[in-house]
Design a protein around this ligand. Structure first.
Ligand SMILES: NC(=O)c1ccc[n+]([C@@H]2O[C@H](COP(=O)([O-])OP(=O)(O)OC[C@H]3O[C@@H](n4cnc5c(N)ncnc54)[C@H](O)[C@@H]3O)[C@@H](O)[C@H]2O)c1
Length: 292
């Protein structure tokens, strides 16, 4: 009989997590460490784009993730970089391989989100999300895949979104970037299988992180529900909570980052050794609105 918990034990594995300073990245880094992995946390930990209307992650946030990883008795290493800078990503990959001897799991999760109607976009409103989410994630996948090949196999997990499975009004750049990541994931799965590397995506629903808890996102939720935002942040937050609770089958406005992390641990583990080229969702039931 298969011992599932044994197959999900990550003791001795080295996991690299991008966007590790907070949110889904932090919850997953801590869960991977809880399952036994040593963790390298990668993050820009600074302002990413003028298009964003939420506060950036900080160096202290990244240190706090490290504290939580080390509380599980696991090793922690941090790399501060902008994943748009492919040379910086390649350098970090080489340093990690040299310092820790290799990498087994890459959770390419860092990303940003902003809303703007296509007719009102400045160039940065389109390009920044494509650059960070699609090109930046591809930089991570390309740099670390070479390290996994030298290791003789491994796991790559990419964070997409339900918004990469359907159109998003006023969120075209984000949708395009996250849809593109599913194309990257499937193509990489075809190419890397022969090296013993699986490649999959996680699809978080609406998760309670800095990326979603701000006025623009409340306005987006209200617009989706056919309501007009008042632009009073407290009122709009309450109205958004009600609208989101009604829309989500399991009746929650936001899921917790910890609701996504178990998918990451599973996909990182030997239990998922024959799982590749697929997307796995934790959405509170919102996945029922999409076909894939
Ligand atoms: N929160 C949600 O509802 C939700 C839903 C679906 C998908 N996602 C995706 O999940 C991932 C994590 O988002 P989150 O909700 O935890 O948000 P978050 O803002 O809390 O975390 C994102 C992290 O990525 C880092 N980052 C951003 N740009 C970077 C860059 N260029 N280089 C290096 N690091 C960078 C940030 O500093 C931050 O720490 C993102 O890819 C996001 O698009 C989030």
């Amino acid at each position: 009989m298969v011992d599932v918990s044994e197959r999900q034990d990550l003791t001795g594995k080295i996991a690299v997590v991008t966007g590790a300073a907070r949110g889904i990245g932090r919850a997953s880094a801590v869960a991977l460490a809880g399952a036994g992995a040593d963790v390298v946390g990668v993050d820009i930990a600074a302002r990413v784009s003028q298009s964003l209307d939420y506060a950036p992650a900080t160096a202290e946030d990244l240190v706090e993730t490290g504290r939580q990883v080390q509380a599980s008795g696991r090793r922690w290493l941090e790399k501060t970089l902008d994943q748009r800078d492919s040379a910086a990503v390649r350098k970090a990959a080489q340093e990690i391989e040299r310092e820790w001897g290799g990498v087994d799991v890459v959770f390419a999760n860092a990303g940003i989100q902003a809303f703007k109607p296509l007719l009102e976009m400045r160039d940065a409103d389109w390009y920044d999300q494509i650059e960070v989410n699609l090109n930046g994630t591809a930089n991570v996948v390309r740099a670390f895949a070479a390290v996994l090949v030298r290791r003789g196999g491994g796991r790559i997990i990419i964070t997409s979104s339900t918004q990469g499975q359907h159109g998003t009004k006023f969120g075209s750049s984000y949708s395009a970037s996250k849809w593109g990541l599913l194309g990257l994931m499937k193509s990489a799965a075809l190419e890397f299988g022969e090296h013993g590397i699986t490649v999959n995506a996680v699809i978080p629903g609406l998760i309670d992180t800095a990326l979603t808890r701000h006025e623009d996102r409340y306005a987006q939720a209200l617009a989706e529900a056919g309501q007009t935002p008042s632009r009073d942040p407290e009122k709009d937050e309450q109205a958004a909570i009600e609208a989101l609770k009604t829309k989500t089958p399991l009746g929650v406005p936001w899921l917790e980052p910890e609701d996504v992390a178990p998918l990451v641990v599973f996909l990182a583990s030997d239990a998922a050794r024959m799982v590749s080229g697929a997307a796995f969702a934790a959405t509170g039931g919102d996945s029922a609105h999409v076909t894939s």
